[in-house]
Design a protein around this ligand. Sequence first.
Ligand code: ZN
Length: 246
Amino acid sequence: MSHIKERRFRLGWLLLLPFFASALVGALLYRWLMTEGKRSTVLWEFLRNPQAHAEWTVRVGERCGSAPFLMPTSGLIGYLWGDSFRPGHRHQGIDIFGGGGLKQTPVVAAYAGYLSRQPNWKASLIIRIPEDPLQPARQIWMYYTHMADPEGTPFIEPHFPPGTSEVFVEAGTLLGFQGNYSGDPSNPTGIHLHFSIVLDDGQGHFRNELEFHNTLDPSPYLGLPLNAEQNAGEIPRCSIPSTAGP
Ligand SMILES: [Zn+2]
């Protein structure tokens, strides 16, 4: 008798499982639609006609308020720090889409520092900042990538070839142009710049820039709402001066 009851009890839970599962999927889907999904919709709209949405963009070299960093490139900041492109993944930086073609949208140093490229880096560079402007006791790094065509022809300025080590660059120095290199020539990304701020390992080297927990929220460095968890759908851009409107 008790055996049957137990079974019924278990069966009851089993019947409820699809309900819980669909509620969970629904909640996750809702969250996605309100964040990454919303950003994707805005991005597609922008890429269809970038000229019509210039007010959604940031401009290379501009400074938002009193933020320490300059904008590293122009365009729509389509994806933020912490966005999730697949379960378990969190985006280590921000993606800025210029809306133009390959090798058209300039990329500059957001802050003064020492530029290096590993010998096998086709589309990437990193800049060491000995004193974090927001926390001067530590060293941080700025990582730039996707600066090549699908085959890996670099759009980084020729005087910073692979293997470059510790070349000083001022804030605003031209580093190259946006590209769409993904590592897989048959499946390039959209044309953009990926920019992230990477922690130091304490021994003078950068931590693995591909791990989310090795990166910093770029919001206070660029003076924009770039944290995916805190941004509910606002397009990050510097406030438009009041004289710009009609
Ligand atoms: Zn990215």
